[in-house]
Design a protein around this ligand. Structure first.
Ligand code: HEM
Length: 162
């Protein structure tokens, strides 16, 4: 295997494949609550960059739903982390934030969307990714839209898988 770029050492706990161990919970004031499963894949090719893919499915029908992929960069010598993200809904996004221990806290830094993106438009995303002491990975996503201030949309935990 390719040697890990030392810049990525603080984030090495993310690398590999993760699958939701029990369905995640999707909520928002304007929608019907739903359950979903999700697989995450984080890899590297020796660059100071992590490549990632998140693929989510409806928990009952297994129908593919939300998908995102992108790149993670770390500002060398700091705990500053940036995610460059493309979402299947037509959203592109830069999220930045800080790594504290095994917790990554990110917020939208800039946002773009296709001209015919579905409304309401997302205006802000906050994301927390953390490795828990029990070895599970946990993700919480909150968002603000045209109609709603920052409110939780997603909560899910994952176990390592192959
Ligand atoms: C609804 C954004 C991730 C499933 C929505 C809405 C927005 C949104 C703006 C419409 C809210 C409204 O009508 O007021 C996002 C963003 C995500 C994300 C920015 C990632 C950062 C996910 C994931 C799933 C998911 C991972 C998992 C399957 C749904 C469902 C709905 C919804 C089922 C309700 C039906 C619909 O409007 O399609 N999301 N979402 N979303 N989202 Fe997400």
């Amino acid at each position: 295997a390719m040697e890990l770029n030392p810049v990525l050492l603080p984030l090495s706990w993310l690398l590999g494949t993760w699958a939701s161990n029990e369905p995640g919970e999707g909520t928002y004031p304007s929608i019907k609550p739903f359950r979903y499963t999700e697989k995450l894949h984080f890899s590297h090719v020796g660059q100071p960059v992590i490549n990632f893919m998140f693929n989510a499915f409806h928990a009952e029908s297994n129908k593919p739903l939300h998908r995102e992929c992108g790149f993670i960069r770390v500002q060398q010598g700091t705990n500053r982390v940036a995610f460059v993200i493309a979402q299947n809904s037509g959203l592109v996004e830069i999220e930045e934030g800080e790594l504290t221990g095994n917790q990554l806290k990110l917020q939208t830094q800039s946002l773009g969307r296709i001209s015919f993106a579905k409304e309401p438009h997302v205006q802000q995303i906050c994301r927390v990714l953390q490795l828990r002491p029990d070895g599970k990975l946990e993700q919480t996503v909150s968002m603000a839209t045209d109609n709603q201030s920052l409110t939780q949309h997603l909560h899910i935990t994952y176990s390592r898988s192959c």
